[in-house]
Design a protein around this ligand. Structure first.
Ligand code: OAD
Length: 229
């Protein structure tokens, strides 16, 4: 039995119309990461940060999953628990394509979090600094997004899955952000083969690279694994 861990990044959602971060014209060339994606930025100007994520949420809710997401959903249906799908993406496009059990290590744009009591609820289209938490009523609500300087979610479970993996596959991620960028080394240490699927190969250390747009390269790889379906 082959166990596969797939890590996806912004590149898999690019052809659904959601911008990536570090490509030319990407989000981090339009916005100052320190101002919109750190706890310090949020403390300085919560409205700016809410507005940034309100725009991300509007885009994500309007987007449709593409053939790359759909192929991974087929792979999950065929492999069950032998596939672990970890995403750095905050959009819900894997779920919209039919994937279940997706591990969102950087949080989800569709969820609101109370910074005071830890309550979580479905995020409204627009969030604002004065919004009250439905549980504790304090105006400390934030999007449930992992910011720079915060610990990504589910790291223990991801580590356990990587340790058992036979194959690790990174799809549409630049490999610039840790800890996700280190998963390839972690997987290799315990004997997994490694594959990168990306528009252009990153600087990562992979055994095999498939270069191409996610909507073509991911279905082609999934067909290799489980047949064209
Ligand atoms: P990046 O923007 O850093 O990288 C996107 C990658 O996708 C690049 O390597 C592109 O070559 C590739 N790519 C672009 N279009 C593609 C396509 N159509 N098909 C396949 N690949 C394509 O995005 P991430 O690596 O996801 O974190 O960024 C990692 C984290 O940095 C994000 O989760 C976010 C960001 O700051 C937080 O906000 C905490």
């Amino acid at each position: 039995m082959t166990r596969i861990v797939v890590l996806t990044g912004a590149g898999i959602s690019a052809e659904s119309g959601l911008g990536t971060f570090r490509d030319v014209g990407g989000l981090w060339s339009q916005y100052d990461l320190e101002e919109v994606a750190t706890p310090q930025g949020f403390a300085r100007n919560p409205r700016l940060v809410h507005d940034f994520y309100n725009a991300r949420r509007a885009n994500a809710r309007a987007a449709l999953p593409n053939a790359g997401h759909a192929a991974l959903a087929r792979l999950g249906a065929a492999m069950g628990d032998d596939l672990t799908l970890v995403t750095q993406n905050i959009d819900g496009l894997h779920e919209a394509a039919g994937s279940t059990g997706v591990i969102h290590m950087h949080g989800e744009i569709d969820i609101a979090l109370c910074g005071a009591c830890g309550a979580r609820w479905t995020a409204p289209d627009e969030m604002a600094p004065e919004d009250a938490c439905p549980d504790c009523a304090r105006p400390a609500t934030r999007p449930d997004i992992v910011w720079f300087g915060e610990m990504p979610y589910h790291m223990e479970e991801i580590g356990a899955r990587l340790a058992r993996a036979d194959l690790f596959v990174a799809i549409g991620t630049s490999g610039e952000v840790y800890p996700a960028a280190g998963f390839v080394d972690e997987a290799r240490r315990t004997g997994a083969r490694t594959l990168e699927i990306n528009l252009e190969p990153s600087r990562g250390r992979f055994d095999r690279v498939i270069a191409g747009p996610a909507t073509e390269a991911v279905p082609a790889w999934v067909a290799e694994v489980i047949g064209a379906g």
